[in-house]
Design a protein around this ligand. Structure first.
Ligand code: PMT
Length: 225
């Protein structure tokens, strides 16, 4: 399986989970890491698609690849599954909300003197869904690179995610370190592969991080034969 002959699906940005017409739960992902990866992916394969949550439109202005906007984690799951085919590489740099409000009010929730309690339920785990589909349909020509945004026990949690989400590779960023993670122009990554390798990248621009991640994916694909 060659990267140049594969479809490359990159996800980036946050998702939004609305609880009334004007308010939502989200996170600080800017989409910069995802855009850098999609730019780099397009250099390898013209069949690149960037599925993104709500991000600054300026970041993707005039991009030559297909951009698919989504809003919620459920939308992101549907979009990823619609694009999944063989051979393909999925790079999950998006930061999907893990919880969504159980109910969405049709009207603006009026403030009162008391606290506001919003009950939340889990959103679908996109990578776990992809792993199940790969297994049940016997899809072998799919390479999945996940991300891990952690603040404590970073390596332990990343390796756990690599295994529990059946990934080929995971890119860990310690998002508590300055210059890494959310809404920065740089990142600091440690890549773990299913084959047991550990590759440390120093602080570098997200473009350079993306270039290195694509290089590691290419190496991973070549090891598959
Ligand atoms: O967008 P930027 O501002 O440039 O910031 C980049 C980034 C910090 C968002 C990016 O580098 C990053 O770490 N993305 C992953 C964020 C995240 O959701 O990490 P997580 O550890 O919570 O999730 C682990 C993996 O599961 C991720 O690949 C995530 O996309 C995926 N996931 C998460 C939730 C969910 N419901 N389904 C998923 O598949």
């Amino acid at each position: 399986m060659l990267l140049t002959q594969s479809k490359i699906i990159v996800t980036g940005g946050p998702t939004r989970e609305w609880f009334d017409p004007i308010r939502y739960i989200s996170n600080a992902s800017s989409g910069k890491m995802g855009v850098a990866l999609a730019d780099e992916a397009y250099k390898k394969s013209r069949d690149t698609v960037f599925i993104h949550g709500p991000i600054n439109e300026y970041y993707i202005m005039d991009r030559p690849y297909r951009c698919v906007p989504v809003e919620s984690t459920a939308d992101l799951l549907a979009a990823v599954l619609a694009e999944l085919s063989e051979p393909c590489v999925l790079i999950m740099a998006a930061a999907p909300a893990d919880y969504t409000p159980v109910a969405r009010s049709g009207e603006k929730i009026k403030k009162s003197d008391g606290d506001l309690v919003i009950t939340m339920k889990r959103t679908p785990d996109i990578l776990k869904n992809v792993a199940e589909i790969r297994k049940s349909r016997g899809l072998v020509d799919i390479f999945v690179a996940g991300f891990a945004a952690e603040t404590i026990n970073t390596e332990e949690y990343a390796v756990k995610k690599l295994k529990s989400k059946s990934l080929d590779m995971i890119c860990l960023n310690d998002v508590s370190v300055e210059g890494a993670g959310f809404n920065t122009d740089t990142n600091i990554m440690t890549i773990f592969t299913a084959a047991g390798e550990r590759i440390e990248l120093p602080m570098q621009s997200k473009n350079l991080v993306a270039e290195n991640i694509l290089r590691q994916i290419e190496i991973g694909l070549s090891q598959r034969g």
